[in-house]
Design a protein around this ligand. Structure first.
Ligand code: GLU
Length: 553
């Protein structure tokens, strides 16, 4: 195309392609070193699937000693939401998915392949588009909306299977230059289209690192690469960026699989090396007897924000996602209790490729394990941070009684795999702390009787009295339990479970019933962590005053 026309289509002060290529030199990578990225569009919603892809990309890069970067794809201004890019950055940093290169705040960035926000790279895309116009790989199209509708209508009428702008329908593909000039003179808005080298009957086999080889019809669509507002389309901008930023592996959602033939064709048309592509199946959930994708509209757990609100520690979410991706993570974790998840060798080959299934039971179990391995101080700090945002009552209870609460949280910790595993989320924390405080504690003689029926009220009182008489603050756990057994024996309850099971009629109950009576009187709960440890933390006075309240009823 004539240079003078091209200069009317695009500004003439654009950088030269050769200078751009020189400014973003190819990365010098050793064998096996990967450069990955996530390239979200700032739509204001962070999907858990996005975090999943980010984690996988980050692990792939960093495990190989490579680079993981963030690029904001904001060329679709209609979809853009204020503050969305900041949400992406803060979510990644909250989850410790640290990018080596990318935007920082509104203007800043780290890395020398930036800017990492597409709207700040307009001149770069235009420079390549100009080059493509000069070398007949692109052309302007002045079709109005009405004309495009007309093409669609005709295609429908003629029973054309594939609607779109291609082949005989590509009206401006070979338009004589004087027509272009006329349109320019009349100020008709235009877009720039890619002149697809694909043939309508051609087939291509593309390779996906997760799905293997896939055969597609060759792409022959003359897609828009620059919109009438001068901004590039996603398809075009992202291949320019993946090239300039030296991406070696693109791991992204399944919804882009069908665009692979086009993307690879664009790479080839530019004469560039194509990155390797891996398309991940979406996370699914069981619903109504079938499976479906997690839905942004229907499922709160589709949003990354949900996990923070519920109080899942960030590592629990990350470990859960790793477990979804590589099911052997769980075995690894069992053997490497204290190791950082970053020491786990993540493998793309083991990726669950049929669509990992979201499972709350699993998430809660993983979260219980993660919390069980935290120190009491860590539980206190992280739990308090959550409570300050989501449960003011709990936050003030914790802040006003830091030592007492830390002692509470120390119960059954520091024993590795044997640690207490009763807290799945920080939402559970209130229930684990509050009963240690008298104003939150709730148990009466009547309720206790109901809960341990048919044990008589007299027996209950006698058991509690005997327990207090024998209670010794210096007794260790075994000695303490021996005393509880003795209370059982003295009151006609079997201290030996075997003997009890062999002849239940001979006893009023067993030591388990005795322990339950004491537990209910002291904690108000049927279940609790180690009762001996609870009593030490509560102190004798509090334990006795609770028991005395019951007895005196
Ligand atoms: N901007 C695209 C999205 O938000 C990214 C696709 C890609 O990773 O190439 O889905």
């Amino acid at each position: 195309m004539d240079k003078a026309i091209i200069n009317r289509l695009l500004p003439d002060n654009l950088p030269l392609v050769a200078d751009i290529e020189a400014k973003y030199p190819q990365r010098n990578l050793k064998d096996g070193v990967k450069v990955t990225r996530i390239a979200p569009s700032p739509t204001g919603f962070m999907h858990i699937g996005g975090l999943y892809a980010a984690l996988i990309s980050e692990r792939l890069a960093h495990q190989s000693g490579g680079t993981f970067y963030l690029r904001i794809e904001d060329t679709d201004t209609k979809r853009e939401v204020e503050g969305a890019a900041a949400l992406i950055e803060s979510s990644l940093s909250y989850y410790d998915i640290n990018f080596d290169e990318g935007p920082i705040g509104k203007e800043g960035s780290i890395g020398s392949y930036g800017p990492y926000v597409q709207s700040q790279r307009e001149d770069i895309y235009k420079a390549y588009i100009k080059d493509m116009l000069e070398t007949d790989r692109a052309y302007p199209c002045f079709c109005t909306e009405e004309e495009l509708d007309e093409i669609r209508r005709k295609q429908e009428l003629n029973g054309v299977v594939r609607p779109g702008y291609y082949g005989q329908w590509a009206k401006w593909r070979d338009m004589p230059e004087e027509k272009v000039l006329q349109a320019l003179d009349s100020n008709v808005p235009f877009v720039i289209r890619f002149k697809s080298p694909g043939s309508p009957d051609g087939k291509v086999i593309v390779h996906d690192i997760l799905k293997g080889n896939i055969e597609f019809p060759e792409s022959d669509m003359d897609i828009v690469i620059m919109k009438s507002d001068g901004l590039p389309t996603y398809h075009f901008a992202h291949i320019i960026d993946d090239h300039l930023m030296g991406t070696t592996h693109v791991v992204r959602g399944d919804e882009w699989v069908s665009s692979m033939p086009l993307h690879i064709q664009l790479f080839k048309a530019m004469g560039w090396k194509t990155p390797k592509y891996g398309h991940i199946a979406p996370i699914q959930k069981n619903d109504d007897g079938g499976k479906r994708k997690l839905s942004k509209r229907k499922d709160p757990e589709a949003s990354v924000a949900y996990y923070d609100e519920k109080g899942y520690p960030k590592n629990a979410v990350i470990e859960y996602l790793l477990n979804l991706a590589n099911s052997n993570f769980e075995d690894w974790r069992r053997v490497n209790l204290e190791a950082s998840y970053k020491d786990f060798q993540f493998s793309l080959n083991k990726l669950n490729n049929s669509g990992a299934l979201f499972d709350f039971v699993k998430l809660n179990n993983i979260s219980k394990n993660v919390i069980s391995l935290m120190s009491a101080d860590e539980v206190y700090e992280t739990g308090l941070e959550w409570a300050e945002k989501h449960n003011e009552d709990l936050a003030s209870l914790m802040k006003n009684n830091p030592d007492y609460v830390k002692n509470i949280l120390s119960i059954e910790r520091g024993q590795g795999a044997k640690n207490r595993k009763d807290i799945a989320t920080w939402e559970d924390l209130a229930g684990e702390i509050e009963y240690f405080f008298d104003d939150k504690f709730d148990m009466s003689y009547d309720i206790l009787c109901e809960k341990v029926a048919p044990v008589s009220g007299d027996d209950i009182k006698k058991i509690l009295n005997d327990f207090m008489s024998s209670y010794d603050t210096s007794a260790d756990k075994n000695e303490w339990f021996d005393k509880v057994k003795a209370v059982a024996d003295n009151n006609g309850f079997a201290s030996d479970m075997k003997a009890y099971k062999a002849n239940k009629e001979a006893f009023k109950g067993s030591v388990a019933d005795v322990a339950k009576i004491i537990r209910l009187a002291v904690t108000g709960r049927d279940q609790s962590p180690d009762l001996h440890a609870i009593m030490i933390v509560m102190g004798k006075d509090r334990v006795f005053s609770r028991i005395n309240n019951i007895i005196s009823a």
